[in-house]
Design a protein around this ligand. Sequence first.
Ligand SMILES: Nc1ncnc2c1ncn2[C@@H]1O[C@H](COP(=O)(O)OP(=O)(O)O)[C@@H](O)[C@H]1O
Ligand SMILES: [Mg+2]
Length: 205
Amino acid sequence: MEKLSEGAESILYAAEIAGIPAVVKDRVVKSYRARALDDEIRSRRTKSEARILARASAAGVKVPKVLMLGEHQIFIERLDGGTLNAIVQEGKAKKEQLEWIFLESGRRLAELHALDIAHGDYTPANIMVSSSGVFVIDFGLAEVTKSSEEKALDLLLMKRSVSRKLYRIFLSSYSATFSDAEAITERLEEIEKRGRYQTRTLVTG
Ligand SMILES: Nc1ncnc2c1ncn2[C@@H]1O[C@H](COP(=O)(O)OP(=O)(O)O)[C@@H](O)[C@H]1O
Ligand SMILES: [Mg+2]
């Protein structure tokens, strides 16, 4: 299988299921953990990611569909296109196109938060721009929660990952889409005043 990406926890391969283009996200063995514990952790995270993807999918949010679930592997619908991170880095996108993508990214987060899904790693590296729209990927750190703190942290991470201007565009559609947005942005201000999470720096890639 062709390797698409290798992260700290998982390797992604291109695959095909019954002719449908897929990716396999395979959570790799961490040899520093005792084997039984490692198996359990990988299994738990795999199930959690699949469950949250399914929850978002069922509500009509643009996330890739789960095609099949193994003990430590998820087979996910393969999207065409690339990550928003790659698009921003390349610097070739037209201004209007980039603005539209950030408006859509704000909408996607609003839709997830309305379902009480906090993403946990909402950066341009985990947003894909495909021919059928702007999709959210990588629910490996996601949680189902009502916590405004967790939701505010999604905003904070995006804020720290992009220019002020793009963040403002992102936030405008987030606020217009999510009825509870004001409470979340207030929480964000409070977090920033507290000065917590300053060591949570950005990991994109
Ligand atoms: N459904 C998908 N379709 C196409 N490419 C994908 C898909 N999911 C992930 N990728 C590619 O694999 C990379 C890593 O996937 P991701 O789920 O973010 O794993 P990690 O936890 O390692 O960050 C992404 O940045 C993207 O380039
Ligand atoms: Mg990722």
